[in-house]
Design a protein. Structure first.
Length: 346
């Protein structure tokens, strides 16, 4: 079938409308896109020169929800959320429980054309079916952000072992960080958020939100430990979620290591940092990277969202796909308070 979308030809250029002839092969699904979220990763590809695995030109977009309209007969007619990273499921790494390091993984908008289009072709393995009725006001397009912005911090939270009553510190409260704060709070943690944007500090799900500029250097760690003590929580062994994807945010997160702490690196930046790695040894701390989310975690996460455990509605904004250039620019300049989801016109 003929589909249309917006592809990026060169770094720094606006996406151009194009058409594709799409055919879904064995083990693939042709998805009619309901919505595709705009992620910082898309901006890295489009503005910052982060290389895509399939060379440009390429249709970006990896936060996809929609309806399967062709391909694998077992999936046709089903509403789905497409995992942002889809492992093969059969290689030695997948079988050993390390599926997110699978060398044959597929990431839409990176390994192949993605979701800023009317339709896309993805592996059918790992698709998350949406069988439940959606709450009032929530559309299938809103669920696109589950593909990455919600699922990646959920995967990080699972890795961290975060428990009820622990302190969670979220660095960067936009997009992924905003959902990380919601997830940590839903898990029963005492959540402290850090950001320099007053709007994000006001609207976050954190118990306490702090502008780190008001507590420079070591004063920030002492301030957060004081907040933990005031709340009756252990000021050590907290879990740090670095979600800013900025050099300053990553440096701040590393400097906030305390005894027994766990640092989850969720955000991405090309910037190189100079850090004192021995802090991990001295504090008996851990640092863990998080690349996407295993597909098997999506159904339980979807259930949490649809049960009202995570607020998608007030943290997303649906925009028509033809506004992709304006939306990319607005997100690039940090002018959007909510996660932007691009919706193909009928």
């Amino acid at each position: 079938m003929q589909a249309w979308g917006y592809e990026v030809h060169h770094v720094g250029e606006a996406p151009r409308r194009t058409t594709r002839e799409l055919t879904a092969g064995p083990g693939e699904a042709l998805v009619q896109v309901a919505g595709c979220g705009v992620c910082h990763t898309d901006l890295g590809f489009s503005y910052e020169g982060v290389p895509t695995r399939k060379p440009l030109p390429l249709i970006l977009g990896h936060e996809i929800s929609g309806v399967v309209v062709g391909g694998d007969p077992a999936w046709v007619g089903r509403r789905v959320v497409v995992p942002a990273v889809i492992p093969c499921g059969v290689c030695s790494r997948c079988l050993a429980g390390r599926c997110m390091t699978c060398k044959r993984q597929v990431m839409p908008g990176n390994d192949r054309d993605g979701g800023f289009a009317s339709h896309c072709v993805v592996p059918s393995r790992g698709l998350c079916e949406v069988t439940q009725d959606l709450p009032e006001g929530l559309e299938l397009a809103h669920l696109a952000v589950i593909a990455d912005a919600v699922s990646t911090p959920y995967s990080a939270m699972k890795k961290s072992g975060l428990q009820r009553g622990q302190v969670a510190v979220v660095v960067g409260l936009g997009g992924v960080g905003g959902y990380a704060a919601q997830l940590a709070r839903a898990a029963g943690a005492f959540v402290i958020g850090l950001d320099i944007d007053p709007a994000k500090l006001r609207t976050s799900a954190c118990h306490v939100a702090v502008d780190p500029r008001k507590h420079p250097g070591r004063a920030l760690r002492k301030h957060l430990q004081g907040l933990a003590r005031e709340g009756g929580f252990d000021p050590d062994a907290w879990v740090l979620f670095e979600c800013s994807g900025s050099a300053s945010g990553q440096r701040a997160a590393f400097d906030l290591l305390v005894h027994g702490a766990t640092l989850l690196v969720v955000g991405f930046t090309l910037a190189r940092l100079e850090i004192q790695l021995s802090r991990l040894m001295a504090f008996d701390a851990r640092a863990i990277g998080t690349w996407g989310c295993p597909p098997e975690l999506y159904p339980e996460l979807l259930a949490i969202v649809l049960a009202g455990g995570i607020d998608l509605l007030t943290h997303t904004r649906l925009r028509p796909l033809h506004e992709i250039d304006q939306v990319f620019a607005a997100v690039h300049h940090h002018a959007c308070a909510a996660r932007q989801v691009l919706v193909p016109e009928a």
